[in-house]
Design a protein around this ligand. Structure first.
Ligand SMILES: Nc1ncnc2c1ncn2[C@@H]1O[C@H](COP(=O)(O)OP(=O)(O)OP(=O)(O)O)[C@@H](O)[C@H]1O
Length: 209
């Protein structure tokens, strides 16, 4: 099993935000967590990535996830709003992220930016970008480095339908090369197109759909 959550609980200020979560995701799956706003999708993704301390056990690629580590799980990540430096251009943002991994080449950066139609304004700072352009840059960053795991929180937010089609194609291409995806989304059309495994999240309870 590539990802395992065993009896995971999270309580903040007396509120049970994740309740006895058990789930298993095999390598190469596109696992989608669905649920209404505030149901616990983002918290589940953060748990998998070790971005939040929880009670219970979290395993990724057979290793216990330790939130106290600097970079607990190596993955491509788009979680909540893309964390972009708005005074940088798209390329500069990608180059900054690429510093984490010596294998990332300038060609890979250029190809991803071109794929998401972000190379038309090479000197434009991100602060001038539209919401959709920022979202696409956040997605491009998540695909950078070809990590075996990519985690995307509401990736279709602010995207036009052509961009969603491109995202779907790229997810499927990477899956065909063995990448595992964990996605939170309430975009039903998108979920129908990509999901190979679906989980419903309701008030912090996760069950397989
Ligand atoms: N740090 C925190 N402290 C207290 N409550 C929190 C914290 N983080 C999240 N919550 C609460 O936990 C619940 C689940 O949050 P989560 O962000 O996982 O929702 P979600 O399913 O991703 O929703 P959305 O679709 O709106 O993104 C929400 O009620 C939220 O208010």
């Amino acid at each position: 099993m590539f990802i395992e959550l065993k009896n995971v609980n999270k309580v903040i200020s007396g509120r049970q935000l994740l309740s006895q979560v058990n789930c298993e995701i095999e390598a190469g799956q596109i696992a989608v967590f669905e649920g209404i706003n505030g149901s616990g999708k983002t918290l589940t993704l953060k748990t998998i990535l070790g971005l939040m301390k929880v009670d219970g056990e979290v395993l990724v690629a057979g290793t216990q996830v330790k939130p106290q580590d600097a970079y607990p799980v190596k993955a491509g990540i788009l979680i909540e709003n893309p964390s972009l430096i708005t005074d940088f251009t798209a390329t500069q943002n990608m180059e900054l992220l690429a510093k984490l991994d010596e294998h990332i080449s300038a060609t890979e950066i250029a190809e991803l930016l071109k794929y998401f139609d972000l190379s038309r304004f090479p000197n434009e700072k991100v602060k001038k970008f539209s919401l959709g352009m920022k979202q696409k840059l956040g997605i491009a960053e998540a695909f950078l480095g070809s990590y075996p795991l990519i985690v995307l929180d509401e990736p279709t937010n602010a995207l036009d339908s052509d961009s969603i089609d491109k995202l779907v194609d790229l997810i499927k291409l990477r899956q065909s090369k063995g990448c595992t995806f964990v996605i939170a989304s309430h975009d039903r059309d998108f979920v129908e197109q990509v999901a190979t495994k679906r989980f419903k999240v309701e008030e912090g309870v996760v069950h397989e759909a």
